[in-house]
Design a protein around this ligand. Structure first.
Ligand code: ADP
Ligand code: ADP
Ligand code: ZN
Length: 222
């Protein structure tokens, strides 16, 4: 089972990705998390992508495609995977289709839509764990202990690109470069639209339900 989570910044992809992956017993990856890990480690790739990310711009396609294809090439991914935040451009979607071929195509694209007002509220209050990248929200899903991750005890921080100026730019970039993927996948018949506006539990239920309807067989509901 190969699944893509598609949606604007702040739609809740990171919040839901692990649950969807657990339900399908597959691994998940966030291209944004991979880039942030490179930055934390101070790698060459991390230095290269930093300026794009802080501006709220997309990282160039070749760099992004190579990184995600490396992740997909791991033997563990033969069983399937959940992609969060990739593809984000038509070139990325075509590269992904080209790599997977006809035998192992993307089965379902879960498209989570949320209004711009709600996205802004979510992004400007988002906190992220520096160690495991679990997202929190200062009002909507605060950690049990302030500034500390419930899962790993890591430090919570606010992303530079979640500051109000960068948020507006990222939503524009999304509309311009990523939203065309909705039509692309709809035309291929594997797009399922989910109302991302509800509570985290409602959205999680809607996603799992959509996977069931789509003919997939989640192994458990968490
Ligand atoms: P969001 O919360 O907006 O979904 P991500 O953590 O997925 O943010 O991405 C953060 C930043 O990392 C993006 O603004 C962009 O600079 C870069 N990035 C992540 N995924 C991609 C991608 N598929 N293509 C290009 N850039 C990406
Ligand atoms: P994305 O990965 O799509 O950018 P996140 O999963 O990081 O989005 O969520 C963005 C912010 O919104 C986080 O602070 C998260 O805690 C919060 N959030 C996610 N889903 C919901 C929801 N259904 N209702 C309210 N807040 C949410
Ligand atoms: Zn953590």
């Amino acid at each position: 089972m190969r699944v893509v989570l598609l949606g604007p910044p702040g739609a809740g992809k990171g919040t839901q990705a692990q649950r969807v992956a657990d339900a399908l017993s597959v691994s998940r990856v966030s291209s944004g998390d991979l880039f942030r890990e490179h930055r934390e480690r101070g790698t060459e790739l991390g230095r290269l992508v930093g300026t794009y990310m802080d501006r709220g711009a997309l990282v160039p396609d070749e760099v992004t495609i190579d990184m995600v294809m490396d992740w997909i090439d791991d033997p563990d991914r033969r069983r399937g995977f959940v992609l969060d935040g990739f593809p984000r451009t038509l070139a990325q979607a075509k590269a992904l289709d080209g790599r997977l071929g006809r035998q192992e195509p993307i089965d379902t694209v879960l498209y989570m839509d949320v209004s711009v007002e709600e996205l802004t509220r979510r992004l400007t209050g988002r906190l992220l764990c520096r160690e495991c990248q679990t997202p929190y929200h200062e009002s909507f899903s605060p950690p049990s202990r302030e500034g500390e991750c419930d899962h790993c005890g890591g430090d919570l921080y606010r992303r530079t690109d979640d500051m109000p100026e960068a948020v507006g730019r990222r939503i524009e970039v999304y509309k311009d470069q990523t939203e065309p993927l909705v039509a692309y996948y709809r035309a291929r018949g594997n797009l399922v639209e989910i109302d991302g506006q509800g509570s985290m539990e409602q959205v999680a239920d809607a996603l799992i339900h959509a996977l069931r309807q789509g003919g997939a067989a989640p192994t458990r509901q968490s």
